[in-house]
Write a protein that binds this ligand. Structure first.
Ligand SMILES: Nc1ncnc2c1ncn2[C@@H]1O[C@H](COP(=O)(O)OP(=O)(O)O)[C@@H](O)[C@H]1O
Ligand SMILES: [Mg+2]
Length: 262
């Protein structure tokens, strides 16, 4: 891991939806190994940035060099396979399914065998299934040990914070190099948020080389866990730097004040 190395280099990135410019000539970098906070009022383009970086949307202009290669125009699976994983702002868990099923669903692109193969080659399928059970058990053991013994229980029986942990585990299953977290604390209490962030810092130190971009509204969380921050407003970058630096920036204060009065 090299903290001065640029892992993602965003150049002049613009994303338009009809007449609306959600990202407006954005330039920013994500450094290898850092926890970067992505801030900005509602509608400032944070989720759109994740959607473009993960290949869900194709940018109107500009480039995103990930590890030196432009991701624009690549398919989401391709980007995922190259080491970029994410969680979504709104929960994407299937509540009646088990923890195991929900975690493995995220990795289906990595499964080797199609349906026909699975019907005719049951042994091979069984071996692959067992390997996934092992993989999920190992990951839960690292990220959230109390969940290991409950991995075949339906997600609907879990608390909000455990559901978020399951979503983070799903993103981690592919052992990504870059993890994008879109408001993971949404709907959780202050204490739960702190516990979840502690888990994320912890897993980062255990898994080693993991770069994290975190969209988060709670400022004390941002202060506690980020190395650097980028602040967006109307799709433009208005500030970049340490938490102390960006919070003392008048442009940032004005952007957030504007949100409070709306
Ligand atoms: N698929 C879409 N179609 C049209 N407009 C969109 C779409 N996705 C996002 N937007 C618009 O882009 C702007 C930025 O949205 P978003 O990235 O979700 O903001 P944030 O995550 O910072 O709250 C908003 O005005 C939003 O309405
Ligand atoms: Mg959003």
């Amino acid at each position: 891991m090299n903290p001065t190395k640029t892992l993602v280099d965003v150049q002049d990135l613009t994303m338009r939806f009809g007449g609306l410019t959600a990202l407006d000539r954005l330039d920013m970098t994500i450094r290898e190994g850092e926890v970067l906070g992505l801030l900005g009022p509602n509608g400032s383009g944070k989720t759109t940035f994740f959607n473009v970086l993960t290949g869900l949307y194709k940018a109107s202009e500009g480039a995103i060099l990930y590890n030196g290669h432009d991701v624009i125009g690549k398919r989401p699976q391709e980007i995922y396979r190259s080491g970029v994983a994410r969680t979504f702002q709104r929960s994407r868990l299937s509540l009646p399914l088990t923890v195991f099923d929900n975690i493995v669903i995220g990795d289906y692109q990595h499964m080797h065998h199609g349906l026909v193969f699975n019907l005719f080659r049951r042994k091979a399928f069984r071996a692959e299934y067992d390997a996934y059970v092992q993989k999920v058990r190992e990951l839960l053991g690292i990220f959230s040990p109390p969940l290991v013994d409950r991995m075949f229980e339906p997600v609907e029986t879990f608390t909000m914070i455990d559901r978020r942990r399951i979503e983070v585990c799903r993103a981690l299953l592919s052992r990504p190099r870059l993890l994008l977290l879109d408001e993971p604390s949404a709907g959780m209490t202050h204490d739960e948020t702190h516990a979840l962030m502690g888990d994320i810092l912890d897993v980062r130190s255990k898994l080693g080389n993991l770069t994290v971009v975190l969209i988060e509204h709670e400022m004390n969380v941002i202060e506690r866990i980020t190395d650097r921050c980028v602040v967006l407003n109307y799709g433009k970058k208005i500030a970049e730097g340490t938490y102390a630096h960006i919070t003392s920036d008048p442009a940032v204060q004005t952007a957030y004040l504007g949100e409070e009065t709306t």
